[in-house]
Structures are given as structure tokens and as C-alpha cells.
Design a protein around this ligand. Structure first.
Ligand code: NAD
Length: 515
């Protein structure tokens, strides 16, 4: 089956040259031939059982195939899960210091590769190297070190039940974790899942996104140097084929999914049928609320970060609904537009680019559809449209930011996740009203509140139904703080000690009679 609407296309290959292993040198957009990758299963780099592959097209040139990855299906998922099951008892039984050491060695090997991984991220995802790709690769190293440090926290407690009893608990890994990843920032999302799952004693099967699998395969190559065979496995292919096969596999104890709310809902119901553990990091339509005392250039900078324009708006935590108090609406918007018009959309490998390219044509067209829908609404105004000035469109999926104002909170562009560089600006007057509008969404992932009045800022922050609220800042994720969504934005938390314990371990209680 060929998915013609995606940036990837499927092929049948019968012959191969050379090794399927990941490793330096990484593919570039200038390579004469696409690189052939295998999947990592039980310590081996293998082709799909059926021999099929998927072309990985770089978002910066729609005609350039960067690599071919295996088109895994149920049989491949089964092989990977079996390898992970086999490796599980030995990995789980290790003293925690040995898992800790493995993670630290992985971090040490990743660190000198940050630049290479950042460049690969740029050509694989279209994320600009300076603003996105490099910080994502650096975060990965930080995450491995952070979770290595938590290895000894996977421990139980004892209860003082008297001299004649010993009552204690043990914290145990869940078993085999399937980590399903999206394409928008693969290394960052892998950093949320992989080190926490491994250090707590689980074995893992990662499913890389079909549109941007390469950095995950390269990450696996580094991990494999320090892990026993089968502790980490990576499969590639389409979600409804190899992804779904993992979700329904009896050998998978936990599905840790990051992706869209629609797909996540199906994943949860199928995993739920067999009572597997599930955690979900899903979509968002996050409010960004600016109070009248915050009409400054410094706040504009933070709001700009919150828009995630620098990742083409392809961020689940994008503050894509900007609520401006009516007293400062025009003035703040003027500052914001002046700043946004300075952003440079361009080759994601170029240090001068602020914004890279959208992942594929389907997503690019989807963004156009939302823009057309927004422009068709009565009363909408275009505050900024960078598209006419943009000359770098072909052959990549480049897209300049768009700011629409006088938007109503019930329009589609204010309710649905666009996942593109489109900002909907909505006026407000009363605090009650803006909190009600912010919460009038089925999503609840992130929120941003800007006010110098600490009382107003925190009152609002606490009333917004979002898993992550930032006050007077718009930046990125902090390692060590629990990340995750409320409402339809997800279930469970990641990237913290609590997230690791709740998401990747279970408690066994033991009661011993001592007389
Ligand atoms: P997606 O849901 O289409 O795909 C995500 C992953 O799931 C991919 O690897 C895909 O192959 C796989 N998949 C698809 N169908 C599947 C199925 N039936 N069974 C198992 N796996 C399946 O999402 P996407 O388009 O890759 O990513 C964009 C979405 O991800 C956005 O909605 C965004 O908000 C969300 N996202 C959320 C977070 C978060 O932390 N909350 C982070 C990044 C992205």
C-alpha cells in the first residue's frame, strides 16, 4: 500500500547493498544515494520481514529521498516484542547502579554527536537548527543524565507494623514498554520516554514516526553500544500497520503514546481492551493570555516563543490562541507583527533561519485549509501574512507565519489544532470572561499568562485547565518537571521522577510474619 498523501512513499525492495546499521556518517540532503536503514531488533539491524521499505523524503526538498527505512508490519512488531521480552528479566534484575552506568555512558557518547544529530534533525524534520534542532539534541543528553541520577529512586518503603511483622513494598518495572513517537520533535519526545523507561528496569520497543525516523534510529545505534541485546528495539513503518500491531500485542505491558488526540483515543481503547497500561501525550489548543499591564517588547518576545512559530507551529504546546486585553490589543499586536516580520523562514540547516519547513505536503495543505476557513469568517482581519514575501517555498514545504485577529473563540481556527504557524488573536475585557474562553476547549495541555500583577497572574494560572501553565514566560520544557495534559490532551505525566514512577513502575507489597 502506498500512502500518497504523506511525505513518505512505500516501495518493494528485494536487493540491498551494504549494512542496514545506523551510524556515522549521517545522511545529508546532498548524498548521491538514499541511505538504507534497518530496524534494531534484538541487537541486530534487520530489514522488514516482508522486505518492503518506505522512502523518507526531506521536508526541505520534496524530490529528495534521504533514506529508506523498513516498512514494518505485525510480524516485525512481534519479533521486536519477543526480543524485548527475552531481555526483560536480565535487565530488570540488574543492580540499579549498572543501569545508571549504562545511561551515563549513553549520554557521554551522545554529547559529541549533538551537532550531527541536530543536522540530521534539520533534514529529517525540517526544524531549524539554531532555534529547534540543536536544543532538541542537547535536551536528549540532559535527559539521559537526569534519569541516570534517578536510578536509585526506584525503591520501596517499609511500614512500622510492629516487631512481629515486616511490611514493605518493592517498585518493579512494568515489563515491555512500547513507545510510539510523533514526527514533530522525535529526539525530544524520545527523551521524555526512553531514559525513564530504561532506568526503571523496563525493556523498550520504540516506534519511530514514518515521516521522521532517522534520528531515532541513530539514537538507538548509540544506546545499543551500552545496552544488552533486546533491551532497546526500534521498529519503523506506518502507524496503522506496525504501530497498531504493538498496541494490540499481548507481550506489550505498557503503551506510551505521543501523537494526535484522534489516534491516541484509538490507541487507548485498543490497549484498554487487554488492560495494558497506557499513557497519552496528545494535542493542544493552548491559550496565551496577556493582561493590560504587559504591553512590552519583553512580553512580545515571550509570546513569540509561546507561538512556537520557530517550529512552524508544529508543537503540541503552541500558544495558538492569543487573548489580548482590549486596552492593549492594537498596540501589542503592532509590536508582535513588527517582531514576527523580522523572522527568517529558510533552510533549516542555516544558522540564520528562525523557521524551517513543515514536515510534508499533506500537513502543508492542511494548514492552508485552516487559513482558508479562517479567512472566510465574517469580521476576521489579517494582522500579518508573511506568505506573499516568502520566496523560498519550492522545493521545500516552507510556510511563513500568519496572524489572524478579531477571531471568535468558537471558530474552527480557535478550536482545532492547526499544527502550523497560524495564530488566532481574540479580544477580552473581564478576567472571568477570558478564563471561561481559555477553558472552553476540549484540550488542556499548556497555557501562558502574562501580568505584572502576581495575584491576577497566579489566580488565572490556577484556574486554567491545563497540565502546564507558564507565567510571564513562553519557553520550553524543563527536565525534572512533570509534563502532560488535562482533558483531551492526555493522561499521565512524563519527564520527572513522579512521571517515571507512575508511568513506568508498579508496586508490589510484601508482608512477612516474623514469629
Ligand atoms: P499521529 O497521531 O498521526 O502519529 C503519532 C505516531 O503514532 C506515529 O508514529 C504514527 O505512525 C503512530 N500511529 C498512527 N496511527 C496509529 C495506530 N492506529 N496505532 C498505533 N500507532 C499509530 O501524530 P503525528 O501527526 O505524528 O504528530 C502530531 C500530533 O502529535 C499533534 O496532534 C501533536 O499535538 C501531537 N503531539 C503531542 C505531544 C505531547 O507531548 N502532548 C508532543 C508532540 C506531538
Amino acid at each position: 500500500m502506498t500512502d500518497t498523501t504523506s511525505a513518505t512513499t512505500a516501495n518493494q525492495t528485494t536487493t540491498r547493498d551494504g549494512s542496514l546499521a545506523a551510524g556515522l556518517p549521517y545522511p545529508t540532503a546532498e548524498d548521491a544515494q538514499p541511505r538504507d536503514y534497518g530496524m534494531l531488533v534484538g541487537g541486530q539491524w534487520v530489514a522488514a520481514a516482508a522486505g518492503e521499505t518506505i522512502d523518507v523524503i526531506t521536508p526541505l526538498d520534496r524530490f529528495r529521498v534521504l533514506a529508506r527505512t523498513p516498512r514494518g508490519r505485525a510480524e516485525d512488531a512481534d519479533r521486536a516484542v519477543r526480543a524485548a521480552r527475552e531481555a526483560f528479566p536480565g535487565w530488570a534484575a540488574l543492580p540499579f547502579t549498572q543501569r545508571q552506568r549504562a545511561l551515563l555512558r549513553i549520554a557521554d557518547d551522545l554529547e559529541p554527536l549533538v551537532e550531527d544529530l541536530a543536522r540530521l534533525t534539520a533534514v529529517d524534520t525540517g526544524n531549524a537548527i539554531r532555534t529547534q534542532a540543536r536544543p532538541e539534541a542537547q535536551l536528549l543528553v540532559t535527559a539521559f543524565r537526569f534519569f541516570a541520577g534517578l536510578a536509585g529512586e526506584v525503591k520501596g518503603v517499609s511500614l512500622p507494623t510492629g516487631d512481629e511483622a515486616l511490611s514493605y513494598t518493592r517498585r518493579l518495572p512494568l515489563g515491555v514498554v512500547a513507545g510510539i513517537l510523533p514526527w514533530n520533535s522525535p529526539l525530544m519526545i524520545a527523551a521524555f520516554k526512553l531514559p525513564a523507561a530504561l532506568v526503571s528496569g523496563n525493556t523498550v520497543v520504540l516506534k519511530a514516526a514514518e515521516d521522521a525516523p532517522l534520528t531515532i534510529l541513530e539514537l538507538a545505534e548509540v544506546c545499543q553500544r551500552h545496552l544488552p541485546d533486546g533491551v532497546l528495539n526500534v521498529v519503523t513503518g506506518y502507524g496503522r500497520e506496525v504501530g497498531e500491531a504493538l498496541v494490540v500485542h499481548e507481550g506489550v505491558d505498557k503503551v506510551s503514546f505521543t501523537g494526535s488526540t484522534a489516534t491516541g483515543s484509538g490507541v487507548a481503547s485498543r490497549a484498554g481492551e487487554r488492560l495494558a497500561h497506557v499513557s497519552l501525550e496528545l494535542g493542544g489548543k493552548s491559550p496565551c493570555i496577556v493582561f493590560p499591564d504587559s504591553d512590552t517588547d519583553a512580553v512580545v518576545e515571550q509570546v513569540l516563543l509561546a507561538t512556537r512559530f520557530a517550529r512552524q507551529g508544529q508543537s503540541c504546546t503552541s500558544g495558538s490562541r492569543l487573548f489580548l486585553h482590549e486596552d492593549i490589543h492594537d498596540s501589542f499586536l503592532e509590536r508582535l507583527v513588527a517582531r514576527v516580520s523580522q523572522l527568517r523562514v529558510g533552510d533549516p540547516r542555516d544558522e540564520g533561519s528562525d523557521i524551517g519547513c513543515i514536515i510534508n505536503e499533506r500537513q502543508w495543505q492542511r494548514v492552508q485549509g485552516y487559513i482558508e476557513d479562517g479567512l472566510a469568517q465574517e469580521g476576521v482581519q489579517v494582522a500579518y501574512d508573511g506568505r506573499p514575501a516568502l520566496t523560498v517555498g519550492e522545493p521545500g514545504f516552507y510556510h511563513a507565519p500568519m496572524i489572524l485577529t478579531q477571531v471568535s473563540n468558537d471558530w474552527r481556527i480557535a478550536r482545532e489544532e492547526i499544527f502550523g504557524p497560524v495564530l488566532s488573536v481574540i479580544r477580552w475585557r473581564e478576567e472571568e470572561e477570558v478564563v471561561a474562553m481559555a477553558n472552553d476547549s476540549h484540550y488542556g495541555l499548556a497555557a501562558f499568562v502574562f501580568s505584572r500583577d502576581v495575584g491576577a497572574a497566579l489566580r488565572t494560572a490556577h484556574r486554567v485547565e491545563s497540565g502546564w501553565v507558564q507565567v510571564n514566560q513562553g519557553g520550553g520544557q524543563q527536565v525534572g518537571q512533570s509534563y502532560g495534559g488535562m482533558k483531551a490532551s492526555g493522561q499521565g505525566r512524563e519527564f520527572s521522577l513522579e512521571g517515571m514512577l507512575e508511568g513506568f513502575t508498579q508496586i508490589q507489597q510484601v508482608n512477612v510474619r516474623l514469629v
